[in-house]
Design a protein around this ligand. Structure first.
Ligand SMILES: [Fe+2]
Length: 429
């Protein structure tokens, strides 16, 4: 924060102006709401993500130059608890910190709160750890994409919370950097995240479950290419503001997989930063090899692959722009006889369920938006689909109970009142 902005914020606070604004290049105001609770020292609520069977990452934001620790335990009141060492928030990441919890027990409900040094603890929230790979526990999760600030409050988050998922997957367009005020500087990208995080339904959902995240184009610019000079800034802000586990040897890596019990392995793709048009690759060679090998090696009944852009739907920005690599992935799945592969994606701003032509063992579920314009032009895509809806905001929910035989996953697509728009069962083969 530079001195002039700090002075501006001080004046804004003294005059009771709760939400100061910057003017973006488009002329629209970008909210730079930047308040810290004087009792807790926190700004916004902590968010938990990248949960595994034995760990999780807690994201928190606290007063500049403070340190934040996480108190956690299995007791809802935290009367018996553990405390992580305090971690200083970093000015270079907008006073945020990521605190790793480790040594957790699988398939267990944990409660936690952030504690800023010398301040009152923040509110207690909770999340569940993943079951171990041999655990036949029922797993239920929700997923969707597209949260645009001007559509706040994101009321669909309350519907997702009411569905009580074990975790939630945001499939990208977590902000719209180029809508409703265009972010060009890092501070403006950060402000976009703060604005979306400062949303009551989102805060309620994020206090009850953990998240997995991938990014799409609007974290930078609509359908941007890697040459876009804002790509690195947009990626930094995304990494600063979400609870992503960072690999010290590959700090910008976003793609990874996580196992949830006997039934499920979730593959989270990065469809943006490794694009190589000259070689027709969306994933880049390293990520593609990783995906093919991990799919082959997975012993989970269902392998759910989260791709921010859909396999079909037209446009060079989607998999239709990379047909050879898409064909290679499908042919690998067929040749290796990999059962239970389901693709989930967003981006099209409508919901649909379809089988992949010539690869009927692979389903594609397109979901969203949660809070962004609906795609009124998408009607043409409804052909050859078993389900299509571009009338309401929506999210998907998958439930799999490995104890049921023969194995099948239940898929529901729901609206923002938890009304069921579509329900079906998916067999692994
Ligand atoms: Fe979107």
């Amino acid at each position: 924060m530079d001195l002039s902005r700090r002075a501006f914020l001080k004046i804004a606070a003294q005059t009771g102006l709760a939400t100061p604004f910057l003017l973006g290049p488009s002329g629209c105001a970008i909210s730079i709401t930047d308040r810290f609770d004087s009792n807790t020292g926190l700004s916004l609520n902590p968010v938990v993500g990248d949960t595994t069977a034995d760990g999780a990452i807690v994201w928190a934001r606290a007063e500049p130059e403070s340190s934040v620790a996480i108190e956690y335990g299995k007791d809802p009141a935290l009367s018996v608890s553990m405390l992580t060492p305090p971690v200083p928030v970093a000015a270079a990441s907008d006073s945020t910190a990521k605190i790793a919890l480790s040594g957790l027990q699988p398939s267990t409900l944990y409660y936690y709160r952030a504690v800023v040094t010398a301040k009152k603890p923040g509110p207690i929230a909770r999340f569940k750890t993943a079951p171990s790979p041999d655990d036949p526990t029922l797993v239920k999760f929700c997923f969707s994409g597209d949260t645009r600030e001007s559509y706040k409050p994101f009321t669909i988050m309350d519907a997702i919370r009411a569905a009580e998922p074990d975790f939630f997957v945001h499939l990208g367009d977590t902000i719209y950097a180029d809508r409703g005020g265009t972010a060009s500087k890092l501070q403006e990208f950060w402000a976009k995240y703060r604005a979306n995080r400062d949303d009551a339904p989102s805060r309620r959902l994020f206090s009850q479950t953990s998240l997995y995240l991938i990014w799409d184009d609007h974290e930078v610019r609509d359908n941007y290419d890697q040459e876009n000079p804002l790509a690195a800034i947009g990626q930094k802000a995304f990494l600063d503001y979400w609870p992503l586990r960072r690999d010290p040897t590959e700090p910008n890596r976003i793609y990874h997989s996580v196992r949830w019990g006997r039934g499920l392995e979730l593959f989270l793709l990065d469809n943006r930063q490794y694009r190589d048009r000259a070689h027709g690759s969306m994933l880049g060679a390293t990520q593609k090899e990783w995906l093919l090998e991990k799919l082959t090696a997975s012993t989970a009944t269902f392998k759910v692959v989260a791709s921010s852009v859909p396999l079909h739907g037209g446009g060079a920005d989607r998999w239709d722009g990379f047909p050879e690599e898409r064909r290679e992935v499908f042919q690998w799945i067929r040749r290796k006889a990999i059962d239970g592969v389901v693709f989930i994606s967003a981006d099209l701003h409508f919901a649909s369920v379809a089988e992949i032509v010539r690869h009927p063992q692979v389903k594609e579920i397109v979901i969203g938006p949660m809070a962004a314009p609906l795609n009124s032009l998408g009607v043409g895509y409804s052909r050859n689909m078993e389900f299509f809806n571009n009338k309401t905001f929506n999210f998907g929910m998958m439930t799999f109970d490995p104890k049921i035989s023969p194995p099948r996953m239940q898929l529901e697509i729901r609206d923002e009142t938890n009304g069921i728009l579509y329900k079906t069962e998916i067999a692994p083969s």
